[in-house]
Design a protein around this ligand. Structure first.
Ligand code: NDP
Ligand code: A1CAB
Length: 358
């Protein structure tokens, strides 16, 4: 069996999971099997695509897939190839590492994190027990490699990794704005996924939108779904614009929500509530409202109307939002994130001078 992974029993019944639910880890690949680096060009590489033809449906978990997973995990020959590598060990990498290792889905020792900052390497090693390195090429030797540097550092990383990846390595980029074509061409590698998760991955409640390049085989897609499903809910979209739109909405949503929470707490304090009570009133009411929305079949608008008695108190507050143009401001904020992410995706890929990151 693989190193610390939890394969499904080969003959267990497997109801097809709902399309967007988090999935049980299915393993990242052939852990434990000896790996010889295939010569480039030995098997036909896929091609980068502009992202238009793959339908966003999950294939049924067929018997043949399960057999493939079980076979690959039953191998007993130890290997030093990491199952999962990270290029960049910051906020998002940490969220992914926590999600993957925290649920016991992958042994920390199967992860290798490439990170420039020595202090970050120390923190990740001590808190998660993962292997760390300053050598990105070592981390990029993993079966599945997550690119988790800021967009401003993508150029350096592409320079380092170009033409260096094993032929079967799957690359998952979570870098805002970085297009599949840029990644495939920059890495000279066809097996690339573009994904946009968010920080609730830390508690396995992320909403991740993703799209693969055309080069990925079905078994490779299964591995990607397993990884992204371990973060929370994952949605494979039909074209790359879907990931870009999700970058405007889902990516920043935690920041938008915390901004609202901060403002409502301050409003409660301004009314005269002690800060702890204002915090509780805001956070527990938000949590309860989301839970109600989640469990009921009713729309947000219907649930809002149930609170808003005609001529009552809530209406007075909502009128303030409408007259202040809050809806328009939210629309503009989402558009601004979307536009900025695309701008980041057009940054020159050469290393930038310090202070010129914009
Ligand atoms: N934060 C979020 O909510 C989300 C972020 N993203 C995307 O995820 C990516 C990472 O974001 P985030 O985790 O917030 O950023 P962080 O800055 O926290 O993490 C990036 C890490 O990579 C390190 N790093 C920089 N250059 C290199 C290099 N050449 N090799 C290895 N490591 C390097 C950085 O070190 P140093 O700090 O010393 O530069 C830093 O520790 C971004 O592209 C972002 O667009 C996607 C979804 C949500
Ligand atoms: O602010 C950023 O650039 C990233 C993208 C989505 C969330 N954070």
């Amino acid at each position: 069996m693989g190193r610390g992974l939890q394969p499904l029993p080969p003959d267990a019944p497997h109801p097809r999971p709902a399309r967007c639910e988090g999935r049980r880890w299915q393993g990242l690949g052939a852990h434990g099997q000896p790996h010889l680096r295939p010569r480039r060009g030995e098997s036909g590489p896929g091609r980068c695509r502009d992202g238009s033809h793959r339908e966003g449906t999950h294939p049924p978990q067929s018997r043949s897939y399960l057999a493939m997973t079980a076979d690959s995990m039953d191998a007993t020959v130890p290997s030093r190839r990491p199952a999962l590598g990270f290029i960049g060990g910051g906020v998002m990498a940490e969220a992914l590492i926590g999600a993957v290792t925290g649920g016991g889905l992958a042994a920390p020792g199967t992860l290798l994190v490439g990170e420039v900052d020595e202090e970050r390497r120390r923190v990740l090693r001590e808190q998660y027990g993962v292997e760390v390195t300053a050598d990105n090429l070592a981390a990029a030797d993993a079966e599945l490699v997550v690119l988790a540097v800021k967009p401003q550092h993508l150029g350096v990383v592409l320079q380092q990794l170009r033409g260096q990846l094993r032929e079967d390595t799957i690359v998952v980029s979570i870098i805002a704005g970085a297009r599949l074509q840029t990644l495939c061409e920059g890495l000279e590698h066809p097996l690339v996924v573009r994904a946009m998760p968010n920080t609730p991955a830390r508690v396995r409640k992320a909403a991740t939108f993703w799209i693969p390049s055309a080069g990925l085989s079905e078994p490779a897609l299964v591995r990607v779904r397993s990884l992204l499903g371990a973060l929370g809910t994952e949605v494979e979209v039909a074209d790359e614009a879907g990931v870009e739109m999700a970058t405007g909405l889902a990516g920043p949503m935690p920041a938008f929500v915390y901004f609202l929470i901060e403002a409502f707490i301050d409003a409660g304090v301004a009314l005269g509530l002690p800060r702890d009570q204002a915090t509780l009133a805001t956070v527990e009411s938000m949590r309860g409202s989301l839970e109600l929305l989640h469990r009921s079949q009713e729309s947000p608008a219907a649930l809002r109307k149930q609170v808003t008695s005609p001529g009552g108190a809530t209406l007075a507050g909502l009128k303030v939002f409408e007259s202040a143009g809050v809806r328009d401001a939210m629309d503009a904020a989402v558009r601004a994130v979307h536009a900025r992410a695309q701008e980041l995706g057009r940054l020159p890929l050469a290393p930038l001078e310090p202070g010129k990151e914009g």
